[in-house]
Ligand binder design. Structure first.
Ligand SMILES: Cc1cc2nc3c(=O)[nH]c(=O)nc-3n(C[C@H](O)[C@H](O)[C@H](O)COP(=O)(O)OP(=O)(O)OC[C@H]3O[C@@H](n4cnc5c(N)ncnc54)[C@H](O)[C@@H]3O)c2cc1C
Length: 474
């Protein structure tokens, strides 16, 4: 019989906390899920929905054979992930990516958790360290953890929680885009899950227009830094567009505005100097987000500068871009291999706070934290997934794979997206095609990625059958 001490308390019902709650409840545990919204909001969340996506609506590539995040999707599906189930059920066309209708996605997660008989959702902020009688806690309060809890954790860990910036890209109403200038096409006409090969709206720019645009970004009025923000570094994967512009005149043309793999049907003979892409943001197809256009420009400057983009002269913005802080632990030093705080093992951490980056990665660390917590209620310890799997390799980065290399006193651990660089090398990398022909150049890289992916899925299946209870219905 369950006692109150068997209850798992999960703080934060974002991507990680929602998945952790689902996994623990499905493993037979009683779960209380604490979420502070809507009574207290963060700087980025807008709704009271669980697992709200605060910026892009993309879960990135869904290609399990060739892409590390696609592989992580596949592993999570095999582990019965609620986040992946809700994403699959709410996908919108997005070329080679898995993108979702954000409201439908969040509603599906909320419904599933609220309807689970073993889960109780409490809408209140945890504003200090959890009460002493909560013996099995998962803290998944994310990059925008409320200040009182962040302070309490900082004191407990005796560390300065390092902060950096994440920036939000603007969202435009589809019917305000001039399609006599812009056109639908995915880069290289690639059709991904639920896509058609023509899922992005593209806006072409001449050299003169691009140069004027880069100048305007650099001189446009920005949001002022607050004191605590002024010494905070940017995370390179999410640089504001004006910061990219300041790094060099060509930076944007090699980044979000690259003109390759696209042909303007209105003027096929002229190759645009740069191209702005917008991706569908909701199921209805009425909203499109400006891909890679995270920004800290003031709203007035955003409207003025972004309307200089051909096709967006009369753009109406459903949401302007913004800029926010992030918070994460020095996990390799502070957490054990089960994601527990070494100095207070009743507290386990999950999601972006542990030093992963991205919706999918955060949810995956929630998934494994939920399984670890569930095993503890049974008096067991679950062996982590093998480091050859995407989940195991990401966990390894967080709990020990990272090496402190910079001078003493400086913290070098940084949040990371899943990538093939985190996986152990293959013992025998492929050198030949199945038909015996020698692999050359890029063929070798492709074959290596495929072999790493195949090894990961085989090793995950073995780990599942060796260590996880098979659900009664299976
Ligand atoms: C502005 C911004 C933009 C981002 N854009 C992207 C993007 O485009 N793509 C991408 O892949 N990743 C993005 N990220 C990174 C990140 O992966 C996501 O933030 C992701 O949601 C993290 O998942 P999480 O579960 O760790 O945190 P969240 O999803 O943020 O969940 C944390 C939850 O905890 C709640 N909470 C906080 N404090 C308390 C408390 N004291 N008591 C109770 N509840 C609390 C919050 O309300 C929230 O619901 C972005 C991050 C930020 C901040």
């Amino acid at each position: 019989m369950m006692t109150p001490s068997d209850t798992i308390h999960i703080i934060g019902a974002g991507l990680a906390g929602s998945e952790a709650a689902w996994q623990a409840a499905e493993a037979g545990c009683r779960v209380v899920l604490h979420e502070m919204r809507p009574a207290r909001m963060t700087e980025a969340h807008r709704t009271d929905g669980l697992a709200e996506l605060v910026c892009s609506n993309s879960f990135r590539s869904d290609d399990a054979a060739n892409n590390a995040v696609g592989l992580l999707h596949a592993e999570m599906r095999r582990l019965g992930s609620l986040i992946m189930r809700a994403a699959d059920a709410n996908q919108v066309p997005a070329g080679g990516a898995l993108a979702v209708d954000r409201e439908g996605f969040s509603a599906a997660v909320t419904r599933a958790l609220a309807g689970h008989p073993a889960i109780e959702i409490r809408r209140s902020e945890i504003a200090d360290l959890p009460p002493a009688d909560w013996s099995n806690v998962v803290v998944a309060t994310g990059p925008l953890t409320s200040a009182p809890l962040a302070d309490a954790i900082r004191k407990l860990t005796d560390e300065d929680a390092l902060a950096f910036f994440d920036a939000i890209a603007p969202i435009v109403h589809r019917d305000s885009i001039d399609m006599s200038v812009a056109w639908f096409q995915s880069r290289y006409d690639k059709a991904g899950p639920g896509g058609t090969g023509a899922d992005y709206i593209n806006c072409p720019m001449s050299k003169a227009q691009y140069d004027a645009f880069v100048d305007a970004l650099s001189s446009g009025e920005k949001t002022e830094f607050k004191d605590w923000e002024s010494s905070t570094p940017y995370f390179d994967g999410c640089l504001p567009i004006e910061v990219m512009a300041e790094r060099g005149r060509e930076t944007l043309r090699h980044g979000p505005m690259k003109p390759v793999g696209l042909t303007n049907p209105h003027d096929p003979a002229t190759k645009p100097h740069a191209i702005v892409q917008l991706r569908q943001d909701n199921k209805l197809g009425t909203l499109y987000n400006m891909v890679g256009f995270q920004t800290k420009l003031k709203y007035g400057a955003q409207q003025q500068i972004f309307r200089s983009i051909p096709g967006l002269e009369r753009a109406e913005f459903a949401r302007f871009g913004g800029l926010h802080r992030n918070t994460f632990l020095n996990s390799p030093r502070l957490l054990d291999a089960q994601l527990r705080l070494r100095s207070a093992p009743r507290l386990r951490f999950a999601g972006q706070m542990t030093g992963c980056e991205g919706y999918v990665e955060s949810a995956s660390i929630g998934l494994i934290a939920g399984l670890f917590a569930a095993a503890n209620t049974r008096g067991d310890e679950l062996l982590p997934p093998p480091p050859t799997t995407a989940l195991g390799s990401l966990l390894g980065h967080i709990t020990g794979g990272h090496v402190e290399t910079i001078e003493p006193g400086t913290r070098s651990f940084q949040p990371m997206n899943i990538n093939f660089g985190l996986f152990p090398p293959l013992a025998n990398p492929p050198t030949k095609n199945p038909d015996g022909a020698r692999l050359r150049g890029n063929e070798k890289t492709v074959a290596k990625k495929r072999a790493i992916s195949a090894r990961a899925l085989a090793d995950l299946d073995r780990w599942i059958s060796d260590h996880l209870r098979v659900p009664a219905a299976a």
